[in-house]
Design a protein around this ligand. Structure first.
Ligand code: DC
Length: 227
């Protein structure tokens, strides 16, 4: 089979990364979490005291020095920023907001989209994000738009944070998620949008296993028709 791309897009907290990781493993192809790349850029800016919301000469020259790469450590995929493992730091709630802010800047998107296309050269990949099926790989062989009601997504994220000992309340998580969805959907450049030819998978009423089975069955069916 020739190299192919599976594109999974959708709003925050729809279960994209958990499901995508498992699907990539099942298919035996590379998994690329593009949200983590925007998060790493946001972390770099915020830690350097530079506003991630504004296209400034300082932000441009800082990001020119950003080396982002994925590495497998003890069978887990980690993201490195300038040789430092930042996989945990990028998940903090203020970095989520910063990532959404920085992802609205066209020069940041251009830089990361180029990187994403290079990462997929010559091999099959599964990429998840917001604009993979619409912008990064409009010709992807499999496109899925994964979503769920915002209250359900916020509840899942809240439980996840609670497990990690994070003190955020459900209301705070819901507020942050709604704000981020609005910003991601309404930005001018490559907004979050379902591609016309993407399969809509709404997991509001499904548990993780049911969601995975639905995703796997659809993908397997699409891949059957490839040569
Ligand atoms: O998937 P995530 O929550 O880790 O993504 C963090 C932010 O990055 C998200 O709010 C919007 C942005 N993003 C994007 O604009 N395009 C992508 N392909 C992936 C993420």
């Amino acid at each position: 089979m020739k190299p192919y791309v599976v594109a999974i897009d959708g709003p925050a907290g729809a279960g994209k990364s958990t499901l995508a990781k498992r699907l990539a493993k099942e298919l035996g192809i590379a998994y690329i979490d593009t949200g983590a790349m925007y998060r790493a850029c946001a972390l770099y800016a915020i830690e350097s005291g530079i506003n991630p919301k504004v296209d400034s000469p300082e932000l441009r020259s800082l990001l020119e020095t950003a080396e982002i790469d994925f590495r497998t450590v003890k069978e887990e995929q980690k993201i490195f920023l300038n040789d430092i493992d930042v996989s945990r730091e990028i998940r903090e709630p203020h970095i989520s907001t910063g990532a959404s802010d920085i992802s609205a800047l066209p020069f940041v998107r251009d830089m990361l989209v180029t990187m994403q296309r290079n990462l997929a050269k010559g091999k099959s990949v599964l990429m998840d994000g917001r604009d993979i099926g619409t912008n990064v790989f409009p010709d992807a062989q499999v496109k899925v738009f994964l979503t769920a009601d915002v209250a359900e997504r916020a509840n899942r994220r809240f439980l996840e944070l609670q497990e990690k000992g994070d003190p955020s309340t459900y209301e705070q998580v819901l507020h942050e998620m709604t704000a981020r969805d609005e910003q991601d959907k309404n930005r001018e450049y490559a907004p979050l949008r379902q591609a016309e030819d993407a399969y809509l998978l709404d997991t509001t009423q499904m548990n993780l296993e049911e969601s995975f089975q639905a995703l796997f069955q659809y993908t397997a069916k699409k891949l059957q028709h490839l040569d």
